[in-house]
Design a protein. Structure first.
Length: 279
């Protein structure tokens, strides 16, 4: 195995991958990559296609697939797992993504509601990375996030995010609309349910990219899906859900700055400042 040329990822070389597959690959093509994952499409001599995915922490995707049971999920084999890294072989899904279908808004909302209901009822005991499914749980998460943000501002690592924006984030996190949102019945949520992660196969669906599932209000997934396709989620979910969505993005960027990929700190600073002005 070898390190990715740019990121802290561990990948199998072609010979090792052939041993895993039991045959050589005729094509191995990178579809996308970023600091925490590299996704490749692999084709074998009999034209079978599959997805090879190398990841770095904080993913729990291998554990999620091992525990979860649902028709929503592709078939997955974990071929390498350490505390920091993982590699998966994932079923290639031959179908259009929801983001590419240009469906009417009402149909997107209908599908979104089907998906969030199905996700909430995934069988087994799949793990989650975070619980925001109650006011108490959310308050603890928000306090930790705000403490980390203050540390970044005080250290001069964040410049666009200033004391005024910190106060705006703090007010939003404690707002009644957000507390109402996290008081709704909680369930398993995907938390990155973009239209690119949903495949439409007739009247059934497949959902991929389960690195960071959470426990929280189901409408959060619906808001994420609608926004990813260019629809205003405020037409379909409460304002507190939309505000919570923004706050969780701030949380993720804060964690990236402090733990997962600190070299991107300037970009995180700008993105958080923009998100804070929208709260």
């Amino acid at each position: 195995m070898h390190r990715h040329r740019t990121f802290d990822l561990v990948l199998h070389d072609d010979e090792e991958l052939s041993a895993l597959l039991g045959c050589c690959s005729t094509d191995r093509r990178t579809l996308h990559e970023w600091p925490l994952s590299c996704v490749q499409r692999v084709t074998t001599p009999d034209a079978t296609r599959m997805i090879y995915k190398a990841q770095a922490a904080p993913t729990i995707e291998p554990e999620f697939y091992a525990a979860a049971r649902s028709p929503l999920l592709p078939r997955v084999r974990t071929v390498y797992r350490t505390e920091r890294h993982a590699c998966l072989l994932i079923e290639f899904i031959d179908g259009p993504r929801l983001a590419d279908l240009r469906l009417p808004a009402a149909e997107i909302v209908r599908i979104g509601r089907i998906l969030v209901e199905a996700i909430a009822h995934i069988a087994g005991k799949p793990p989650t990375v975070l619980d925001v499914g109650s006011p108490e749980a959310w308050t603890a998460v928000a306090e930790s996030m705000l403490g980390a943000l203050r540390g970044l501002v005080d250290a001069g690592r964040f410049i666009a995010v200033d004391v005024g924006l910190l106060r705006a984030i703090e007010r939003a996190a404690a707002s009644q609309s957000v507390l109402d949102a996290v008081s709704a019945p909680a369930s398993l949520i995907h938390s990155d349910l973009g239209g690119d992660n949903v495949f439409v196969l007739g009247e059934s669906y497949r959902v991929i990219d389960w690195q960071y599932p959470k426990r929280g209000p189901a409408d959060l997934d619906l808001a994420i899906l609608l926004e990813s396709i260019g629809l205003d989620p405020r037409d379909s979910v409460d304002a507190g859900i939309v505000r919570l969505m923004g706050l969780l993005r701030i949380l993720w960027l804060t964690e990236c700055a402090t733990r997962w990929f600190p070299p991107g700190v300037e970009s995180y600073d700008r993105q958080i400042a923009q998100l804070a002005t929208q709260l």
